[in-house]
Design a binder for this molecule. Structure first.
Ligand code: MG
Length: 171
């Protein structure tokens, strides 16, 4: 018998020069990018955290620790694909996600549709919402020093239906 789970994820990364800006597994043309051990994709990270939390698998740091050189430069797309496989092992599937990006710069509205398309492809979700807003000039986000992301997810869990989703699996 299937049941539903909800999860909440949050991430923030510092904006620095000399890095590509990866958000939602797409590259957004901009002079600055997000600093991180991985590619800094705060949308992917918040979405992974929300999904992992919803099925009791901790968080991205537990599954893909940044102390392991294996995850250096890890792409958000890769982490989302691996998270999808971890969920499938438990009979869980992402039904819906809603994402809010808090960024003073750059303007993200022109990239919203391609971000949603890419996230739906990677996660297999039925519905994904992406909203972007500024922080009204307040604090480090308002001063263009960082980008933060909130994500909530709804998962369907059917323990009798495991391993049916594509993905690289755990290793
Ligand atoms: Mg992160």
């Amino acid at each position: 018998m299937s049941s539903v789970r909800i999860g909440l994820g949050y991430d923030i990364h510092r904006l620095v020069s000399g890095r590509p800006l990866m958000l939602g597994a797409i590259e957004i043309p901009f002079d600055w990018g997000l600093l991180g051990h991985s590619d800094g994709d705060a949308v992917a990270h918040a979405l992974c955290d929300a999904q992992l939390g919803a099925v009791g698998l901790g968080d991205i740091g537990a599954q893909f620790p940044n102390s392991d050189p294996k995850w250096k430069g890890a792409a958000g797309a890769d982490l989302l694909t691996r998270t999808r496989a971890l969920l499938a092992d438990r009979g869980a599937r992402l039904v819906q996600a809603d994402v809010t990006i808090v960024a003073e710069v750059p303007k993200l509205a022109p990239h919203r549709d391609s971000m949603i398309d890419r996230l739906m492809q990677l996660t297999g979700a039925d519905t994904i919402g992406v909203k972007a807003r500024t922080n009204e000039g307040l604090g480090p986000i308002g001063q263009e020093e960082a980008i933060a992301v909130y994500a909530v997810v709804l998962l369907d869990v059917d323990p009798a239906n495991t391993g049916s989703r594509p993905g690289p699996g755990r290793d």
